[in-house]
Design a protein around this ligand. Structure first.
Ligand code: ZN
Length: 297
C-alpha cells in the first residue's frame, strides 16, 4: 500500500490552490492507539486528514490546534498539526459505532450524528508570542462540510473540502484521504463554474484511495489537468512526548500537590493523551523534581 503523503498545488492558472492527501496509515495508527470504533475512526480520521493538509498552509515552526466540539456521543476531538506533516490527536469517546438506519446512506457510518452540533475552534501558534483562535459553527458534523464552512466564514476563503475514511469489516482502516480546494481572490467566473460542475461528480475520497488512486491522480481530476505541484510532503501520526516533557509539567504543580503525590502515592504514572505512552516517576524522581523547582524559585 502506498505511503501517506500530501500535495500542495496551484491549478487553473494559479486561480485555485489545491491540497490532496492520502492518509490510510495515519488514520490506522490513530485507530490502533486510541482503539476507535468505526464511526469514531471515521470522524477522527477525517479531522486528522484535514489537519495534516492544513499544516501545509503554515511555516516550518508554526503549529495549529483544531478542536471539534460537538454534543454527539464522541464528545470532542482535538488534533495538533504542524508544517512538517506531523499530526496527533485525542478523542473523548473512541467507542462510537453508529450507522444510518434508513435512507440512501442506510448501513453507512453516521459521522454527523456521532459528532453532533457545536463548534470548530482553530488556534494557530505562529511563534510570534501570540495565538490566533477562530471558530465556526458545526454544520452537519460530517467534517468536510464543517471545514468548508469554517474556511468561508473564518478565513474568508471560499473552499471545498472533501474527506473520507473507509473501514474494513475487522474495523481496521481500509482507505483514507481528502482534499481542500481554495479559490484565490482573483478567481474568474469561468473557473468557478468549472469547479462547481466538477465537485458534485467526484466519488468519495475514500473510494478513490481504495481504488488505488494516488494524490497526484486525485489532484489531476480536481485541477482538470491544470495542476502545478508546489510541494509534496509525507504525513504521519507522530507524538513527540517525552519523560523530560512530563517532568517539566510536574514541576509546574504547586509544592503541596507534589508533596502529596510523593508522600501519599509514593510514585506517579502519567499517560500521554495523544499516544497513550505511560511514563513512570519514582518517589526519588518526584522528590528531585520538587527540589529542583524550589532551587529555581
Ligand atoms: Zn505522546
Amino acid at each position: 500500500m502506498m505511503k501517506d503523503y500530501a500535495l500542495k498545488s496551484y491549478a487553473y492558472n494559479k486561480q485555485v490552490r489545491i491540497y490532496v492527501a492520502s492518509s490510510t496509515h495515519l488514520v490506522e495508527e490513530a485507530r490502533r492507539i486510541h482503539h476507535t470504533w468505526p464511526t469514531a475512526s471515521a470522524a477522527f480520521g477525517r479531522v486528522l486528514t484535514v489537519s495534516a493538509m492544513m499544516g501545509m498552509m503554515y511555516k516550518e515552526e508554526e503549529t495549529l490546534t483544531i478542536r471539534v466540539k460537538g454534543d454527539g456521543p464522541i464528545g470532542s476531538i482535538l488534533v495538533e498539526a504542524n508544517a512538517k506533516g506531523e499530526v496527533r490527536g485525542e478523542i473523548v469517546n473512541p467507542n462510537v459505532y453508529i450507522v444510518y438506519d434508513e435512507g440512501p446512506k442506510k448501513g453507512k457510518l453516521n459521522v454527523g450524528a456521532a459528532v453532533g452540533q457545536g463548534f470548530i475552534h482553530i488556534t494557530k501558534d505562529l511563534k510570534m508570542r501570540d495565538y490566533f483562535t477562530s471558530s465556526s459553527e458545526i454544520q452537519t458534523g460530517e467534517i468536510g462540510d464543517d471545514f468548508t464552512y469554517y474556511f468561508a466564514m473564518s478565513e474568508q476563503t471560499p473552499s471545498s473540502v472533501g474527506v473520507g475514511v473507509l473501514v474494513n469489516p475487522d474495523q481496521t482502516i481500509r482507505a483514507a484521504g481528502g482534499y481542500i480546494l481554495q479559490l484565490m481572490p482573483d478567481v474568474g467566473e469561468d473557473v468557478i463554474q468549472q469547479i462547481e460542475s466538477l465537485i458534485p461528480t467526484l466519488p468519495p475520497m475514500s473510494t478513490l484511495i481504495d481504488q488505488g488512486k494516488t494524490p497526484e491522480d486525485i489532484l489531476h481530476i480536481l485541477a482538470n489537468g491544470t495542476e502545478q505541484i508546489l510541494e509534496k510532503k509525507d504525513i504521519t501520526y507522530l507524538c513527540h512526548c517525552s519523560k523530560e516533557g512530563f517532568a517539566k509539567s510536574l514541576s509546574t504543580l504547586d509544592d503541596q500537590s507534589l508533596h502529596d503525590i510523593i508522600h501519599e502515592d509514593g510514585q506517579a504514572e502519567i499517560e500521554c493523551h495523544f499516544c497513550h505512552t505511560k511514563y513512570h516517576f519514582s518517589k526519588d524522581e518526584l522528590s528531585h523534581i520538587l527540589e529542583n523547582k524550589n532551587n529555581k524559585s
